[in-house]
Design a binder for this molecule. Sequence first.
Ligand code: ZN
Ligand code: ZN
Length: 295
Amino acid sequence: MTDSAGRAARGTRPESREASELRTIRSQQPQLASAVDLHLEILGVHRRVQGRVTLPHLEITRESMQRHQATATPLLRFEDIPLDLSDLRLMVRQTADVLRRYGALEEGDYRKIQSLGRDMRLIDVTGQWFRSGLAQQVAGVGIPASNSFAELDGADVIDQVLTVSMRPFLSRCAEVLQQRSELSLWTHSHCALCGGQPDLSVITPSAERHLICGRCELRWKWESLACPFCRNSERSKITSFATSDGKYRVYACDVCRRYLKAYDGRRASRPVMPIVDAVATLPLDAAAIQRGYSS
Ligand SMILES: [Zn+2]
Ligand SMILES: [Zn+2]
C-alpha cells in the first residue's frame, strides 16, 4: 500500500481537514508521529468507504424519541444500518493490516481478525458487537442482559477492530439524527443512536458539555460535570484538570475511577474532530492513567 501522502497527491479528493490537522500535530509533537501516521491511514480507508454509504431511513418523531427516552433504548437497530458486506470486509481487513503494521495488533490476533473478515459469521459477530453496547447500558440500570459478544474468543480485539471498521457506516447514521431537534429529548449518558459510550466530549461556547459517542460520533447535550459512567455528580469527587494551552480538559471520577476528556470549544479555532482530538490528547490519557484513572 502506498502512503497516504502519495494517495492524497494523486487522488481527486482534496485532503480532509482532519488529515491536515493530524499533520500539524505531527510537526508540533514529533513524539506522536507514529500515532498520527496510523490514524492518517485509518482515515484514508474510512473516507473511501464512507463516500459509498447511503443515508439510512430512520423514523424520528417527537413521539418515537419520547418512547426511546423513557426506556433508555437507542434508536438504531442493527438491521437499519446501511451495511454493505464487501465494504465491511474491506474495512475489517484493512484496519487489521494498519493496526498490525503499527504494532497495535499482535500476530495471533491479526490472524484471528483476518479469518473473521473472510468468515460467513462476520455479519452475525458484528450484530452481536453492536448489541453489546446496549447490553452494557441495560445491565448498568439493573436489567439483566445477555451479552453473547463478551463471551467470544478475542472479544477485546474484535471490539477494537469493529469500532474502527463500523465507523463509516455508523457515522452516516449519526448524521441523520444529529440534525434533528428531537435529539434534545435524550437525557441518558449512552448514545441515543447506537447505545455506545461516550469517549470524548466538547464544551460549547455557551459552556454546555456535549458527549461524543465512541462508536458513531453522535453528540448530545449532557450534564456539565457529572460522571457519565456512574452518574456521580458530587463536585468534590470529580477531579478536573486542563492542558497548559487550555484546549483540553479531563473530568476524572473519584467514585468509579473512570475519566472523560473534553475539547474546550470556548477557546478553539476549529470544531471538535474526534479522530484528531483522540491523537492530540494521548499525553492527557497518559496523565490520567498515571493518576490511577481508566478510560
Ligand atoms: Zn453512537
Ligand atoms: Zn464515575
